[in-house]
Structure formats: structure tokens, C-alpha cells
Ligand binder design. Structure first.
Ligand SMILES: [Zn+2]
Length: 330
């Protein structure tokens, strides 16, 4: 309870919601950048003045990050190292056991399970991870992390001006709080803060399910197509999760009787901008993006259903990485 209070206080201080700040203060900013944080610290950024003819967008992806951190390199090296050990089967078995546990679980049974499995695995994996090669890889990763942050810093300042104001979606603070113990994105927020940016939050409720052109509700219908990854082609067509479509009448008319396709991230930041503009000009938040804070308690959960699924899917792979990280630090 205490830690939760503490965390709340800590989060509130450097990262207030933008609508708690005086209008006049915000109006002074020329460069305002809206950022949609996705899972695994992927960022989609848009300048306040960006439009269709002169887009001012930037994207910071997990692939960039992985390249800097050398994630794939580390993974391959670890695999190769394990392959040449005399107890290779034993090691693989323990790794496999560990990968089925969740070190971040807040259910006590699951966490107990993780502790016992880890205790067993440690006897085999502990001595292995003490080898210098793993220390070296950790060192390289930490250097990569610094380089990655510098890269992000340069990217933002080069694209959006020397001292922009960052308005970040609050995905990680509210939605995950009850179901996922650690919040992804909080670390990134602190890193941005440490790089010297002013970071404000925005309640991103419904921002990914409303069309910024016609204000209609968007069904998250994805489009199916052949996978862009050649080695996945044999599994048939896949959903394009990055696209949503608006099938309202005005939007269909504009697109020659076909549904209007939106990039999911662009849709979100466009809605961020609508909320921002409404506040700056002294209006209420747009109706279709009504925040849950003003809604009844019952409504608080609606619309979150598919998002939670989203998290759960990605959470699995996330947990794997966490396990590997933990093992390395053992
Ligand atoms: Zn529309």
C-alpha cells in the first residue's frame, strides 16, 4: 500500500496531465509533439503543426532499439554457447521450464511457482551465467542502451526543434495498473525526462477507436494480406494490426466508396491533437473522446476489452525476455 502511494506521488510530480497546467503556459510552446507509446517502448511522434501535405512525423521502433542493444546478437551467441556445453540438454530443459513461469506476476501462486522453478534452475544455469562471455554481453548491452538514448534524443531534437514539449499518452499508468504489476513505458518516460524534455501526460481513453475526420466510432477491423515476412508466407494471410478502417458515410464518400484506412498510431496522435486543441481554445474534450474520469464507474471498463487482449498477447513474449534478463543477472 505504501509503495503504491509512493509510486503515485513519484509519477505525479514530473509527469502531470497536460490539462492540469495553465492554458496560457501551454500556449507559449511552439513545438508540441504528441507521442503514442506502444508496447515495448515503440514511439510514434507527430508535431502539432503536421498535416497531410507537410507531414512532420517520426518513429522510434523496437527494431532500432534491438539493433542498438544487440538483442539478436546476444541471443544467437547465448544459443551457440549453450550448444557447446556438455550438459546442453539439461540447460535447455531448465530454460524451457523457466520460460513457462512469470517473474512479474502479481498472483502469489504464480510467483511462488516462479521462485521454486528458478531455485532449481539456478543450480545448473548459475555457474554457466558466471562465465565472462555473459558479463561481456551485458556490458555491451548497457553501452548500447546509452547509445540508443542518445539516438532518440537526437532524433527528437533534429526533427521537432531544440526544446519541444512532449505530450505522451498515459497507456501504461492506468490501464495496466490492475492486471500487470510493472508498467511498461514508465522507464521510458523517465528516460525522456532525464534527456531534458518536459513530458506531460494525456488520457488516451478512446483515442484509438474514434475517427478524427468524422468522429465516428471505429470498429477495429483489420485488413488481411500476405505476410511481408517471406518465411511466414506459408502460414497464409495474416491480419494487419497496424491498420484500422473507418466505414462511416462521409469518409467512404471521400475515399471513392471504399473504407478509409488509418494507421493506428497516426489515428491516436491525431486524436491527441484534437484533445489538445480543444483544451488550448478553452473547450471541453470532444464528445467522442470523453474521458473515463467523468464517466460513471461502470463505464470505466468498457472499450478496454480488446486492449487487454492485446496486452496479454504481447505480454507473453515480453515475459520471455524478462526471464532471460533475470537469468543473465543471476
Ligand atoms: Zn471517418
Amino acid at each position: 500500500m505504501k509503495t503504491r502511494e509512493k509510486r503515485k506521488a513519484r509519477d505525479a510530480e514530473p509527469f502531470p496531465f497536460f490539462d492540469t497546467i495553465e492554458r496560457t503556459e501551454l500556449q507559449g510552446y511552439q513545438d508540441v509533439v504528441f507521442i503514442d507509446p506502444n508496447l515495448r517502448d515503440t514511439l510514434f511522434m507527430m508535431h502539432k503543426a503536421s498535416n497531410r501535405d507537410a507531414p512532420c512525423l517520426a518513429r522510434y521502433t523496437s527494431m532500432t532499439r534491438r539493433r542498438h542493444l544487440g538483442t539478436n546478437l546476444t541471443r544467437d551467441r547465448t544459443k551457440r554457447y549453450i550448444k557447446h556445453q556438455h550438459n546442453v540438454d539439461d540447460i535447455r530443459l531448465r530454460l524451457d521450464n523457466l520460460s513457462h513461469t512469470n517473474s512479474h506476476s502479481i498472483s502469489s501462486a504464480d510467483f511462488d511457482n516462479y521462485c521454486s522453478v528458478r531455485g532449481e534452475a539456478k543450480q545448473i544455469l548459475g555457474p554457466m551465467y558466471e562465465q565472462p562471455i555473459f558479463r561481456k554481453m551485458r556490458w555491451r548491452t548497457s553501452i548500447g542502451k546509452q547509445r540508443d538514448m542518445t539516438f532518440l534524443n537526437n532524433l527528437i531534437r533534429r526533427k521537432f526543434g531544440p526544446q519541444p514539449l512532449l505530450v505522451l499518452g498515459d497507456k501504461s499508468t492506468t490501464r495496466n495498473r490492475r492486471f500487470h504489476a510493472p508498467t511498461q513505458g514508465v522507464g521510458l518516460r523517465y528516460q525522456l525526462h532525464r534527456l531534458g524534455f518536459r513530458v506531460l501526460l494525456l488520457d488516451e481513453y478512446r483515442t484509438s477507436s474514434s475517427c478524427p475526420d468524422c468522429f465516428a466510432n471505429i470498429n477495429n477491423h483489420c485488413i488481411k494480406r500476405q505476410s511481408p515476412r517471406p518465411w511466414r508466407r506459408k502460414f497464409g494471410e495474416v491480419w494487419v494490426h497496424g491498420l484500422v478502417e473507418c466505414d462511416s458515410r462521409p469518409c467512404m464518400a471521400e475515399c471513392g466508396d471504399r473504407t478509409k484506412k488509418w494507421n493506428r498510431d497516426l489515428l491516436a496522435v491525431s486524436n491527441f491533437r484534437r484533445i489538445w486543441n480543444a483544451y488550448i481554445h478553452g473547450r471541453e474534450r470532444p464528445d467522442d473522446l470523453r474521458p473515463r474520469r467523468h464517466a460513471n464507474g461502470e463505464n470505466a471498463g468498457d472499450g478496454g476489452g480488446n486492449v487487454q487482449n492485446d496486452n496479454a498477447q504481447n505480454g507473453n513474449t515480453g515475459a520471455m525476455e524478462v526471464v532471460v534478463q533475470n537469468l543473465i543477472s543471476m
